[in-house]
Design a protein around this ligand. Structure first.
Ligand SMILES: C[S@@+](CC[C@H](N)C(=O)[O-])C[C@H]1O[C@@H](n2cnc3c(N)ncnc32)[C@H](O)[C@@H]1O
Length: 187
């Protein structure tokens, strides 16, 4: 497994922690305050902090990340006692089956060692009719970070369908000279 080292984690949180995609993604997702929410690849915890700052009634929100430094930074910057940041990775999620209503993946999926295995694990912990939201940088020529096939957003959308997600939607957003893809799907 590729784990971000301390230096890269600190650099990322300092320079990209407040990236526009964090704000945008928090505005695009929808959930209820009693939902069980999981942020996979939570980094320094900015997305979760952003969400709970606007929704003080959320009680069950968890962030997982394989980097100990990211979890340390997340805990340091934690703004709400109901949030749990736990060391863990997408390909092996330490939660029981059918546990979450909402799964969030922001700027993380193309860092995983095995996307297929990660999505399978995520499907396992998602309840029936629960929702997955995926946010990713839009690169030049509209590509995603993925290799070969998956860098094409249409293929990525089809890939989510093939992995069993229903009603998959893709949207495009632009901010200054940067672009952002937002995908959602139902289990
Ligand atoms: C570019 S950062 C994004 C962090 C955060 N989601 C954000 O948008 O600020 C990518 C994150 O994915 C995490 N990551 C790498 N491999 C992972 C895996 N297999 N499962 C879950 N997270 C992983 C990294 O440790 C890192 O924190």
């Amino acid at each position: 497994m590729i784990i971000w080292n301390d230096k890269d984690s600190e650099f990322y949180v300092k320079n990209y922690g407040n990236h526009f995609s964090v704000q945008l993604f928090s505005q695009l997702i929808s959930f209820k305050s009693d939902n069980f929410i999981l942020d996979v690849g939570c980094g320094g915890g900015q997305l979760i902090n952003n969400i709970v700052n606007d929704n003080k009634l959320i009680k069950n929100i968890y962030g997982i990340d394989p980097s100990s430094k990211m979890i340390e930074l997340s805990n340091k910057n934690k703004t709400n006692a109901n949030v749990s940041f736990i060391k863990g990775y997408a390909e092996k999620i330490e939660f029981k089956d059918n546990f979450f209503d909402i799964v969030l993946i922001l700027n993380s999926i193309f860092h995983w060692e095995n996307i297929e295995k990660g999505l399978l694990e995520i499907t396992r912990v998602m309840k029936k009719n629960s929702i997955i939201y995926i946010g990713e940088e839009r690169l030049r020529h509209g590509f995603l970070h993925g290799d070969n096939e998956l860098k094409h957003f249409k293929n990525f959308k089809n890939f989510l369908n093939k992995k069993g997600f229903r009603d998959v939607i893709r949207k495009n957003y632009f901010f200054e000279n940067e672009g952002f893809y937002f995908f959602s799907g139902k289990k």
